[in-house]
Write a protein that binds this ligand. Sequence first.
Ligand code: PLP
Length: 462
Amino acid sequence: MNSQNTIKSSRFGSEQGDVNTTRNRQKYWEKNLSENAKSICTRDNKYFLHQNLSTPVMNVLSKAHGIYIEDIEGKKYMDMHGNGVHNAGFNNPQIIQAVKDQLDTQMTFCPRRYTNSKAVDLAQKLAEITPGDLCKSLFCPGGSEAIEMAITLAKQVTGHFKTISFWDSFHGAGFAAASVGGEELFKGGMGPMMPGAMHVEFPNYYRNPWGFCNQDEVDNEYLRQIKTILEREPGVAAIIGEPISATPVVPSKNYWERVKDLCEKYGALVIFDEIIEGFGRTGKMFASEHFITPDVLVLGKSMGGGLLPFAGIVTKQRYDNLEHRSIGHYTHEKNALCSAAALAEIEYIEKNNLVENAARVGAHALSRLNELKEKHPLIGNIAGVGLHLGIDLIKDPGTKERAVEEADCIMYKAMERGLAFKTIEGNIITLRPALTITMEEMDQVVDILDETIGEVENSQFY
Ligand SMILES: Cc1ncc(COP(=O)(O)O)c(C=O)c1O
């Protein structure tokens, strides 16, 4: 492996995404960026605060449409990341039209203490399409704030203040959201975080410290940990997690059913963060539908139609008893423009059967990726459901050592062939395209992965 590569083999520097200061990144810039792009990146570097994962940037974009992002030289990339906002495709013309129409009505921002028909239509629509008896909404600008609202609600209605969430998870950068998140990157150097925020591991059928391969063994061990905390640390307000981990690991239905039973027994709520997984991504309108109905469902990202920041929570009638407290109180809680975008997004997903498309194209991708796994020793595991897929790259099947440098090389090689994706935990390639992607486009994605993985296996590093 390239000895000058500066990537640490530890995954902790790259929990949420690829590392942006590697030698490969430097090489990619030198080879691919025009003088114009380099000059904009230099100004970006000069005027933005630096932070891990965001700066320095990869490239300069001029537009995004459908499943593609396009750089300022006009080169198109199939984007498998899209920050999760692109479920209906980037810059979907019908959502743009709905937002333009709403702008023309002059009902855009709605001051608090008033309402408007678009916000009410959206709350009603969410009550109709979210699972089970979820029916009461609150909106806010971003996912992190929505998580804060969910935690506040759980604390208020249970009278408890502790939380259980998962190591390696990300729920946003706000204080409570980062506290329940499981990543050092967002907490290091911050001093004490939210009191009572406890963490357990997410069930992992491929990687776990005991070497368990059997699903029941894995579930039993992780449930034992949760039960121990609930017994010995009374006063847990909620268990907060993504129904499917970001890596992605798809837990068994049995796992979430038993978590729900434990929560009922100990008076805690189940909060599902579907900020990424909601609105069709996993081949169901909401990922919860694969498992259980949570007490609080948290939505965001593509809820703004890929155009505007918007997020929220949907919960049960029985938790609507906090007239004496404020849970959100966000300036944009009934923004009509954002609500119009959200309604247009849902309408587009429904009319164009994007949930079914995600299930169909995702199943095809999963089967093709499993074929690649037979061919490429670098691939240790394929996981996911719908258009939420992950490829775990390993150096050795015995040790499952993470192939971090190899994943980085594959990422830049794929970028040069017009395929953009994010790695997670250093060695896992994540694929989360727009739900509008066709079978043919997905085949191109898999073909590029096949080629680039093969090259790196043959020591043709980046
Ligand atoms: C699962 C999950 N939860 C919460 C958030 C935070 O959302 P926002 O960036 O809108 O605050 C994110 C953002 O990436 C996320 O992926």
